[in-house]
Each structure stands twice: as structure tokens, then as C-alpha cells.
Write a protein that binds this ligand. Structure first.
Ligand code: GLN
Length: 550
């Protein structure tokens, strides 16, 4: 039976509760403790797969094909454990299951209520985590903040768990925020006190308070929080905003959180071994040589939409001793012939995944720019599809080439709905999701990058390269360097006559770890570095319009 750490949030959201939970995972793992992490999301959607990135940021895809909250990306990157579909639970899933059972007659004669039916289902789902991997500690993060109406059943369920499995088997960590009042130059603890009171109203007394803040926290403030919130002084841990999220486990460990958790949960562990992690953070901070790479996307004002891509790029950059600077380019601007100057001086272009027509033509233009100017290009899922459309239009002269996602009646559907997707009517959870094998052709960029004949990568898409065009593409200088084992699906396309122009139908970014960057990102950054060296700083940037073919 695992022990449980419940992470709740108070005051405001978006203060890094997910990173904190992930960091606790890393701290425990550094002591040899086997951990699993789960996120409980109180919203009513079954999963975030059908939500707009404006609502939710990135959808993180697990190996077993669950579309999950982006915090699972933090969990995987910090703990280096692959999570699965049990690790993200939503109100939508809980109610769907309870109602399914009700229709089946499981509760015949009974009235179904939030307590106990909904809370029992929540507890059942919590218990499912790690059923396969048998963790010693399960960290459970409750999304949102205490007091949110949707969150109530989840708070009640985690409250009950203390009585169910024992006081010394559970630990409640509350992550709050200390606002700073500029006029008087002081940090305020009152909202933290209120959120702890709210939590106590539900019956949960937190044992640890992590106080997020943008300013240094005095001992006086710590003492005050301890007194007013009835938490031990050593368990009030200030967590100042850091320039590097991978520093968070170190800050928490150095503040004594690891020892406190071990003591409270009576865990038998090895001494903490965070040396490698410290080196990693030191290396991240030590790199000084700048490398500029553009991400051309639709949600660039919303960095969370591409968080795994951004992390994967920076993992690879650090491994190559480069300080990554990302130029966020809105593809909609490019199609209006605006903001091209943002691409001046970048050494690589990434077009990430996406859905829907808005901004597509700008992404196609970005692929064209990369191909014409021999700028390294990495296309991720939609980014690969865009690269194919651009190649078809400009190189093969198929002017009306498109994806049927954007133009269902185009003359040359070089990207088309996968056969298995024909006739799919429900949108939720019905894409090609999770890991599938990909066989690599030797002597290609992909094979050189991976250094292995076959790989498993995570997918999330409905559309795919149209095999009718394979021969035409190959004859004109495209190479399909990664295919499904049955040869049916194109998984990687690259261009022969280009230093690095590669697109993958899968999402390699989900597998990148700070201490184990993904091979395709490493290869892309390597190519960008070579490009940076070869690009003459003196040469006048040509006007874009002169470059546009077709
Ligand atoms: N919209 C495209 C498809 O469904 C690409 C999806 C993606 O980029 N994840 O195939």
C-alpha cells in the first residue's frame, strides 16, 4: 500500500503547483523512493483533448495514448517516469463512470450522491495509480484552488483518505502565494491564512505550506505563516520565483522539505542524491553562447501551448552548450507579410503541432523560407504536414496541394485523413494516440540522429501523408526516413538537398528529459549551430517577397 502526498493550491492558480508536485517527486526519487504522480482536474471535460489551448495550454500525451494535463509533462520531465492514463482524472471521467454504473443497475434501489458515490469513484481512481508499478509514494495534485466549486468532491475524497489509510500514511502540502504590496514594500500572508482556513473548513489541516513569491521571504513572515496556519516552522517553505524551473527540487530540498517528508511519512530511504541534478542546473545556468531558434505557431502569445516543445529545445540546447533564445512568431502575421524580420538571424525554425486552418498558410510560408534559405527546420506533427504541403506546392508545382483538414476538396490532398479515421464521428479521444513503432531507413538524418533501427514515439493526429504522392515526392528529393513497420504510414519525412529539414508525424517533444534530450532535437540544435556558424552576419537580409516561389 503506497503512502500519499496530496498537493493542493490556495490564493491563486498558475503559481507552479504542478512544478512543485513534480519537484517533490524528484526529491523523493533522489532518495531512491519509487514515486508515481497523479493530477486530479476538477473541470467537467472528460479530458483536455477537446479544449482550446487558450483554455488549457498544451495537451500532454502519455505513452498509452491518454490526452492529459500539461502538468503531466512536468511530472515526466522531473521524475523521468513514464505516466499512464490513470495519472490524470477529471470530473468528467468520474461522473461518466458513475452514471454508466447507474444505468447498468449497479446501484439499484439507491440514491446516488456526491458523498459517497462520487468520492468513492475518485478514491478508486486514486488507488488505480501505480497498480502496475507499485510505487512507495503517490503524489496527488488537485487542480485549481481550494474553494473552487468543482473541486469540492476531490477535496472531500482526499480528506477521507486520511481516515481510510492512516495519519502517518498521508501528507497534505498546500501551495499558496504571497502577494507583494509595492507601496509598503511588504509581502502579505493574509490570503495564505484565508486559504488554509478554507482548507480547514473542509477538514484538511495542511502539514506543509509552500509559499510561492516573487520576493525574498523573511523569517518573520515564515514565523507568522507557521503561527496563523498551525504548521511547523520548518514546514513553511518559501519558494521564490526562479529563472529555471529545474532549480525547484534543489530549493525545496535545501530548505529541508525532503527530510521533513521522509520523517512525516516514516519512509525508509537512501540519502538524497541530487548531484547530477545540481550539475544539470549549473550547466543550464552556465551556458552563455546564444542560439536563436524560432517557433512559428498559432498560440505564440500563450507559451504554455507549446511547453513540451520549448522544454525539449532547451534540453537539447544545453546539451550542446548553447543558451537558447526562442523567437515566438505568429504564423498569422507571416501570411499577412508582417513580422518576417523576426526570422532574420534565427538559426532554426520549428513548426509545432496544431489543428484547424487559422495560421496554416503562414506556417507553410515559414517552411518555404526554411527550405529556400537552407535554415534548419523541425516540423512536429502538423509541422511535418505543413512541410509536405509546401514541398508539393513549390517543388512539385502542385499549386492546389493541401491537407483535407483545411480544404476537403483540394485537387492534391497530399495530407489526408487516415483510413482508420474515416467515419469517426465523436471527436473526444478518437485520434491516433500514444506510442506506435517507427522503422528508420539507414543513412538518413533520422537514423543518424537516433542511432537505432526502430523507435517508439507518441502520436496525436487524424491526418497523414497520402501515399499516392510518395513516388513523386521521392523523385523530387524528399526521403521518407521513418515508416510504420507495415510501410503504410509515413512517420518521418526529410529533404535530401537541405542541411536539416525534417518533419515527424509524431511528437518527439513528449519524450525529452532535461538529462536525456531527445535525439531529433539534439540533431536539430546541432544543425542550427552549424547554420549559425555558416551564416554570414554581414550579409544583407533579403526581402522575403523576393524569395517566395509559386
Ligand atoms: N491536425 C493535424 C492532424 O490531426 C495535426 C495534429 C497535430 O499536430 N497534433 O493530423
Amino acid at each position: 500500500m503506497p503512502k500519499y502526498i496530496f498537493c493542493t493550491g490556495g490564493v491563486v492558480s498558475s503559481v507552479g503547483k504542478g512544478v512543485t508536485a513534480a519537484a517533490i517527486g524528484r526529491i523523493l526519487k533522489s532518495r531512491g523512493v519509487k514515486v508515481a504522480i497523479q493530477k486530479l482536474d476538477p473541470y467537467l471535460n472528460v479530458d483536455p483533448g477537446t479544449m482550446s489551448p487558450y483554455q488549457h495550454g498544451e495537451v500532454f500525451v502519455t505513452a498509452d495514448g491518454a490526452e492529459t494535463d500539461l502538468d503531466l509533462g512536468h511530472y515526466e520531465r522531473f521524475t523521468d517516469e513514464n505516466l499512464d492514463q490513470t495519472c490524470n482524472v477529471t470530473t468528467g471521467q468520474i461522473y461518466a463512470e458513475v452514471i454508466r454504473k447507474e444505468r447498468r443497475g449497479d446501484y439499484l434501489g439507491g440514491t446516488i450522491q456526491v458523498i459517497p458515490h462520487i468520492t468513492n469513484e475518485i478514491k478508486r481512481r486514486i488507488a488505480l495509480v501505480g497498480a502496475k508499478s507499485d510505487p512507495q509514494v503517490v503524489i496527488v495534485e488537485v487542480g485549481g484552488t481550494v474553494g473552487d466549486i468543482e473541486g469540492q468532491p476531490f477535496f472531500e475524497a482526499i480528506r477521507q483518505m486520511r481516515a481510510d489509510i492512516g495519519r502517518d500514511q498521508t501528507l497534505y502540502v498546500h501551495v499558496t502565494f504571497l502577494p507583494y504590496i509595492g507601496a509598503t514594500s511588504e509581502l502579505k500572508t493574509k490570503p495564505t491564512q484565508h486559504s488554509v482556513r478554507e482548507l480547514r473548513g473542509i477538514g484538511i489541516q495542511p502539514q506543509v505550506i509552500i509559499a510561492r513569491t516573487d520576493h525574498a521571504v523573511s523569517q518573520e513572515i515564515v514565523d507568522k505563516i507557521a503561527l496563523f496556519c498551525d504548521v511547523e516552522r520548518r514546514a513553511v517553505i518559501p519558494l521564490e520565483t526562479t529563472d529555471n524551473i529545474y532549480d525547484v527540487p534543489l530549493v525545496l530540498e535545501d530548505a529541508g522539505l525532503g527530510d521533513y517528508i521522509v520523517e512525516q511519512l516514516q519512509l525508509e530511504t537512501d540519502p538524497p542524491e541530487l548531484g547530477e541534478w545540481r550539475d544539470l542546473v549549473r550547466r543550464m545556468r552556465g551556458v552563455s553562447e546564444l542560439l536563436r531558434v524560432a517557433i512559428v505557431g498559432k498560440y505564440v502569445e500563450l507559451r504554455d501551448a507549446y511547453i513540451s516543445v520549448k522544454e525539449a529545445l532547451s534540453h537539447a540546447a544545453v546539451a550542446h552548450n548553447r543558451d537558447l533564445e526562442i523567437e515566438w512568431v505568429y504564423s498569422g502575421d507571416l501570411e499577412k507579410d508582417r513580422c518576417w524580420e523576426q526570422l532574420d538571424g534565427v538559426s532554426g525554425i520549428v513548426v509545432p503541432g496544431g489543428f484547424g486552418y487559422r495560421g496554416i498558410e503562414g506556417k507553410i510560408l515559414a517552411a518555404q523560407y526554411a527550405r529556400n534559405r537552407q535554415v534548419p527546420y523541425l516540423g512536429l506533427c502538423l509541422g511535418m504536414q505543413v512541410m509536405c504541403i509546401e514541398f508539393a506546392r513549390s517543388v512539385l508545382g502542385l499549386e492546389d496541394a493541401n491537407s483535407t483538414e483545411f480544404d476537403s476538396s483540394c485537387e492534391h490532398p497530399v495530407i489526408d485523413l487516415m483510413p482508420d479515421q474515416q467515419g469517426v464521428v465523436n471527436l473526444g479521444g478518437t485520434m491516433r494516440l500514444g506510442i506506435y513503432p517507427c522503422v528508420l531507413s539507414s543513412s538518413t538524418e533520422a537514423a543518424r540522429a537516433y542511432q537505432q533501427p526502430a523507435v517508439d514515439e507518441r502520436h496525436r493526429h487524424r491526418f497523414e501523408f497520402n501515399n499516392r504522392y510518395r513516388d513523386m515526392f521521392e523523385q523530387a528529393g524528399a526521403r521518407f526516413s521513418g515508416l510504420s513497420p507495415d510501410d503504410r504510414l509515413v512517420e518521418i519525412m526529410e529533404l535530401v538537398d537541405h542541411p536539416f529539414m525534417l518533419g515527424s508525424q509524431f511528437h518527439p517533444e513528449f519524450r525529452s528529459r532535461p538529462n536525456r534530450p531527445h535525439p531529433l532535437f539534439l540533431a536539430f540544435i546541432q544543425a542550427a549551430m552549424s547554420y549559425a556558424v555558416s551564416a554570414s552576419p554581414q550579409s544583407e537580409p533579403e526581402s522575403h517577397s523576393a524569395e517566395v516561389e509559386a
